[in-house]
Structures are given as structure tokens and as C-alpha cells.
Design a protein around this ligand. Structure first.
Ligand SMILES: N[C@@H](CCC(=O)N[C@@H](CS)C(=O)NCC(=O)O)C(=O)O
Length: 245
């Protein structure tokens, strides 16, 4: 059984999609990010970056010993699950395809995810009047869509066949419209997004605790715990000073 530490956001969906696609047995531990569950010691033991998704696999694959295995960071989790099941990734013996898989996983977690996340911050949660931040991240997010657009030219999926590279990139393209970005200029991305969106496993993952999505009710003004974080959140108050010293 896999414990799935989750909140209904694009980063959470990535792992939900893989769990649903593989049919692995899992139990969702719904987290309240606005309530600070990510800073609880028991969660930090699984995910030291204080971010979900994270998993705890109580039935680890061969080579890991018998103790439960925790994994944090969506890319690492998807790779772990692909290795556990032998599905949705090119075989390790195909070194070139495996290299391409790594490139697109790292690309997503280092580029598309953070840029989409920052754009979402400025569109949905920041105080008004942050035009520079909004324009910068809109440009960066659109740039990542253009990267995908070019990659998908002549390919149905990022690596050719449907894989964890698609599962990790799809959620941030799925929410383009609520981020204020039209896919009109990105025809390959729009078609790829449509193909993935129709998969029953993907629909189930996106619907997981859908009613608990933050639909604009929380923002930087009313939820500083979530939107104005610093080192103090992990280390406690600075000795002899305040966070603003
Ligand atoms: N690079 C991480 C990003 C995870 C992430 O940013 N998760 C957000 C939700 S979408 C989170 O846990 N936020 C809690 C917080 O900001 O305190 C991954 O891909 O797993």
C-alpha cells in the first residue's frame, strides 16, 4: 500500500495520474496546505522541502529492503513508480530514450512547473499591481509552452509513447486557461493536452478531492503561512531577532 500525501493542485495531479494509470493500491492523505500540514514534523520526515506530493511505499520493490520507502519531488516519485511497475518509461537498457526521459522530467520540474507556479501566484494570490512579476512569469510560462510545442511537432507524446514525461507536464498545460493563457498559438500542445485529458485515469486523478481546491478563497493577504514563507517556517524564529531583521 502506498500512502499518497496530496492536495488537489497540478503538482499533486502528476502523481495521482501515475497511481491511477498503474492501478497501484494507494491511500490518499489529504493535506491542508493553508493549514500548514507541510510543516508538520511527520510530513517533513517524508518531504524535507515542505512541499507535496510525497509518497510512503509500505511495500517497496526489490533492492530497497523491507522498511517503507519515502519519496519526495514529483519527478523522483514518478521515476520510482515507473521502476516499481516497469510501466510508462522506456526500458533502462535503451540508454538514449532513458536520457531523453531524464531531460524532460528535469525540464518540467526546473522550468515549466516553477514558471507556471509563479505565474499562478501572480494571477491568483498576489496583491494587485504586480505587473512586472505577472508579465515576467506569463512570458516564461508561454516560453515553456513553446518548448513543448516544438517538441510535439510530429510526435503524439513527448517521448513518442505516452509516459511519465507526459504525466508530469500535462497538469501545468491543463490549467493554461485559468492562468489567462490561450493555447491558440500552441496547436500541438492543445492536441496533446486533449488526448491526455480524455484518459479515464487522468480524469479520476484530476477529480480527486476536487471540492477541496483553493478557488481563490485564499491569497497572500489572508494566508501568509502559505504565500509569504521564509527560513523561519523551517528553522523557527531567528535567535535574538525577527524575520525582518
Ligand atoms: N518541485 C515540486 C513542487 C511541489 C510544490 O510546489 N507543491 C506545492 C503545491 S502545488 C506545495 O506543496 N505547496 C505548499 C507550500 O507552498 O507551502 C514537485 O514537483 O514535487
Amino acid at each position: 500500500m502506498i500512502e499518497f500525501h496530496y492536495s488537489p493542485t497540478p503538482n499533486g495531479w502528476k502523481v495521482g495520474i501515475m497511481l491511477e494509470e498503474t492501478g497501484l493500491a494507494y491511500e490518499t492523505r489529504l493535506m491542508s496546505l493553508a493549514g500548514g500540514d507541510q510543516f508538520r514534523p511527520e510530513f517533513l520526515a517524508l518531504s524535507p522541502n515542505a512541499r507535496m506530493p510525497a509518497i510512503l511505499d509500505r511495500d517497496p520493490p526489490e533492492g530497497y529492503g523491507s522498511e517503507p520507502v519515502s519519496v519526495f519531488e514529483s519527478g523522483a516519485i514518478l521515476l520510482y513508480l515507473a521502476e516499481k511497475t516497469g510501466r510508462f518509461a522506456p526500458p533502462e537498457s535503451d540508454r538514449r530514450a532513458r536520457k531523453a526521459l531524464m531531460e524532460w522530467l528535469f525540464w518540467q520540474v526546473g522550468n515549466q512547473g516553477p514558471m507556471g507556479g509563479q505565474l499562478s501566484h501572480f494571477v491568483n494570490y498576489a496583491p494587485d499591481g504586480q505587473d512586472y512579476g505577472r508579465a515576467r512569469y506569463r512570458g516564461e510560462y508561454e516560453r515553456t509552452l513553446a518548448v513543448l510545442e516544438r517538441r510535439l511537432e510530429g510526435r503524439e507524446y513527448i517521448l513518442g509513447d505516452y509516459s511519465i514525461a507526459d504525466m508530469i507536464a500535462f497538469p501545468w498545460a491543463f490549467i493554461a486557461k485559468p492562468l489567462g493563457v490561450s493555447l491558440e498559438r500552441f496547436a500541438n500542445v492543445a492536441a496533446w493536452r486533449g488526448r491526455i485529458k480524455e484518459r479515464p485515469a487522468v480524469r479520476r486523478a484530476i477529480d480527486l478531492f476536487k471540492d477541496r481546491q483553493n478557488r481563490g478563497s485564499r491569497n497572500a493577504g489572508n494566508t501568509p503561512l502559505l504565500y509569504n514563507q521564509g527560513a523561519d517556517h523551517l528553522l523557527g524564529p531567528r535567535p535574538g531577532g525577527t524575520a525582518t531583521d
